[in-house]
Design a protein around this ligand. Sequence first.
Ligand code: MF3
Ligand code: CO
Length: 249
Amino acid sequence: MIVLKTGRELKIMREACRISAGALKIAGEAVEPGVTTAEIDEIAEKYILKEGGVPNFKNYQGYPATACISINNEVIHGIPSKRRVIKAGDIVSIDLGAKFDGYNGDNAATFACGEISDEAKRLIDTTRESLYKGIAAAVVGGRIGDIGHAVQTYAEERGFSVVREFVGHGVGTELHESPEVPNFGTKGRGIRLMPGMTIAIEPMINSGKQNVKIMPDGWTVLTTDGSLSAHFEHTIAITPDGPQILTKV
Ligand code: MF3
Ligand code: CO
């Protein structure tokens, strides 16, 4: 079931998303050579709590941290660790969210640590832009397939590939609600987009092949071919005036 949000609910979601976006910003600013992923997780958690939110990934299906921090060939769901030290040249995907007054925000971005390769830069720029192409397609009267089509076309035209096993989603009182929002698809297919829908669009784009595998920790998703992967996500509202990004800083 797809829950359409009222104006009152959107107001609360805006606050949850403001906290989520602020936490992502300071977490990204903390990415530096020598920093551990556990330290970044702690910075994000403290910020969310200080702002009156609750880290909504923590304990979600048993997930043990505030943020997912995934480096280089790690696609998503990397578990923060005191033993995982970020080094210059790494690309670091941070995904996190906050719950506020019963509603969820969810967002992600990939950050560069120091100087990175031109290929890594191009992957990050393409993934960020593919998210914006997807957002631009999230208009009343459109369909869910329009979003995935926009993301996929943009990423594949640049020689990159789209992860299929993980998708975007509705967001609201639950972190993951209907509908699923794939990053691939066909224009004009899928459910119709309606005012009051709140969704997270979150392309995961690989520099090599699209295939992924899960590590023995049961969480960390890796590219099968060892290629780099980037991830960007915004929570947005579909409104009569067009898509509104709720997780904007
Ligand atoms: N990264 C997921 C999303 O953006 C949510 C993470 S669930 C967790 O939808 F359990 F890994 F935290
Ligand atoms: Co999400």
